[in-house]
Each structure stands twice: as structure tokens, then as C-alpha cells.
Design a protein around this ligand. Sequence first.
Ligand code: AQP
Length: 417
Amino acid sequence: MKKGDILVSGVQPTGKLHIGNYLGALKNFVDLQNSGKYQCYFFIADLHSLTGEFNPKEKQKQILNLTADFLAAGLDPKKSVIFQQSQIPAHSELMWILNTITPMGELERMTQFKEKAGMGDYLLYFKQLSENINVERPEEEKAWEEYEKIKNFEKYYKELFSREIEPTEKDLVDLHKILNLLKNLSSTYKQLREFSRATNNLLDEYVKRSKTKFGLFDYPVLMAADIIIYNARFVPVGDDQLQHLELTRTVVRKFNSKFGKTFIEPKAIQTETPRVMSLANPEKKMSKSQPESCLFIDDSPEEIKNKIKRAVTDSGSEIKYDKKNKPAISNLLEIYSALSGDVIVKLEDEFSGKNYSVLKNDLAELVADYFSDFRKKKSALLKNPVKLRLALESGSEKASKIANKKILEVKKKVGLI
Ligand code: AQP
């Protein structure tokens, strides 16, 4: 293997890979590997994949399926270390040590957690409410006392939702009590009825949150361990992982300042398409957990054609790259450009005067063609699961040598040995 900076990234074996996973991560893994500039470590993030719902009977199949994706896309065990996260206990050991220095407040801020635990949109909505609340003083003097009480509530509310840390369930219960007291007074103040409704909804979300599994909350700490245990300087990831990577950097600083310089602060490497958007809703990212939003890289040409045909489009008919006003067409153009290598201006020129269906037809052909070789290689690889398993085992053995050395260093620094 060539010398050079170390680079690490992983993908969860949770199902088929979509074109976002490919253009935001896997394609880049292959390019970075082939550049010869890095020592590359790519792993099957099977421990991470336990944080969602899953069927244990399917897990082995998913692990081998993703290994086949890696190899069929061009990752080469002779050039990169390709391994299975759970085969290297040092990742989990390091995670535990990092857990002891990671503030919960940092984890509570993670957008992905808030979205998956069902709170993200609600908190955003409350923030907006708090920014807009401004109850006017009523004309009639007899209502002034009532107005003062509401004004106090307004102050309390704004303070609660302007903090960096989310309000606790107790804050919400208190808020609810105040709203109940104000309810009799507030018949004239429509805004407060909206707060009352929203507070009830948010309390429901807190109940949902309390049922959310801790693994999902702790996910970014395991991710930090995955990266820094290899002394990685770079991490090729899509946009959705940037916040987690920032947390990794924070954890590294905390560890180094407490126990002495041990870890490197890693940086992201991103592609031109770090955030491929959903085919069903171009305001949201394409996500495996929303299969209807996805174009999977092993979809058949027929499926690709149907999915792209059904993809939502924007109003108007001009094929123009304009993320704000034409998010759906811009997303299709980005995918087109990434796969064809043509710059977007050239595509706009090519499709000028043509309608959306021409772009969709051409894109469907391009995607089907692009992945045709991949599909063949993948189906051949899947016919030999033993070979896939051996490839993973041999990679895991190489990775564990590095990881075991690092965990020893960490244990010494912490005083465990
Ligand atoms: N829409 C996307 N555009 C660009 N890159 C993306 N990635 C994920 N979605 C997009 C990147 O793919 C890599 C591997 O993803 P993963 O399997 O670890 O992540 P994931 O988050 O489970 O994949 P999904 O589709 O995002 O699943 P959901 O949202 O359902 O959990 C990562 O580098 C990621 O940034």
C-alpha cells in the first residue's frame, strides 16, 4: 500500500445504496483510492446499522450485499483496507472512553438525531413562533393586567427557545401549565391558542423521544471512534455527516487537552454532489429510510426509467439550474452532470428549448448505462459469498492491527494500563 495521509469512511448495511450514497460517497471512495495519494480504509458500518429497525435474519445478507457494492463500484482490497466495523472491538472500546468526555448537550444538537427522533421540525417551528411572537397592548385599559401576564409569558417563551440546548420535558410541562393559566385570559389573543396547540404536540414528541433508543443518540461518538482510531486526516462524506464530523473534531480537542496529544482532527472531503435530493421531494435529501425518494444504483433500467419519469418537477418548462426556484430540475441536472462529467452550463445549453420529459428520458438512459457494468459485476460477486466473506475477514485483520495499537496508546494515556 502507498504511503500518504490516512482516509476513513463507512457506509451502513441497511439496504440498497441510492444514487446519493454513490455520488456523495462511494464514487469518491473509488476516485480517492485510485489517486494513489492516500492510505484508504473503507468499512461496513454494521454497528451503526443496528440503530434503526432491522431484521437480524437479514443482517448478514445486507453486510455481504454492501461488500459486493463496494467491490463492484471499484474498491479494491489490494489498494484499500475494506473491513467490517463489528470485527474490530477497539472501535467500541474507544467509543466508551470518548463517551466519558462527550457532553450530552453536544449530542442533543445533532440534526440527524433530532430528525430521526422526531423532534427536528417541531423545535424549528417553536423557534419560529418564538421569533414572531409579539403580543400588542390592547386598547382597553381593563385588559392591561391580562396583557402584562401574557408579556411575561412571551419573555419566558423566547428565552426558552433561544437557548442552544433544547428545552427539557419539565420546561415543556411548565410551559403547558402557564398556557393553561393564561387560557382563560387569552380568548382575545389568537396567537396563544397556537402556542397551546403546538406545546401539546411538542409534549407528544417528547414522549416519542423518551422511547428513542440510546444507540441513535450515541451514534456520532461511535463515528468519532471509527475515524480517529486510524489517525485519519480525511473523511469522504456527504453533507448530512458534516455536523457529526465537527463533533469528532470537538471530541478530539477535548481528549487531547485532557490526556495529551493523541488524535488528529479530521477534515471532510466532499464531492460536487454532497447532497442529492429526494425524487419525491426536492427540499429533502434522498434517504434510504424513505425508499420512495430513492433511485437505487442496482435498480433495473426499467425501474430507473419509471422512477425518473415519476420524479416531481417544478412549475414552468424551462430546463435551467436554479436551486431556489427550480429545485427538482436542478437536482436532476446535478445527477446528470455528475454521471456524464458535463458541466451544468453545457447541459442547460443542450436541453435549451426542450421540455422536462426529454431531460428525464435522457437521464434515465444515462443512469441505466452508467450502472450497467456495476450491475453485472455485483450479481457475479453475489454468486460467491464465501469470497466476499474472506475479503472482509482479511481487511478486518489488517484494520485491527492499527486499531489495536491505537487503543493501547489510548488506554495508557487514560491511565487504564
Ligand atoms: N442524499 C445524499 N446525497 C449525498 N450523500 C449522501 N449520503 C447519504 N445520503 C446522501 C452519504 O452516503 C454515505 C453513506 O451513508 P450511510 O449509509 O452511512 O448513511 P445513511 O445516512 O444511512 O444513508 P441515508 O440514505 O442517508 O439513510 P437515512 O437518511 O435513511 O439514514 C455517507 O457519507 C452519507 O453522507
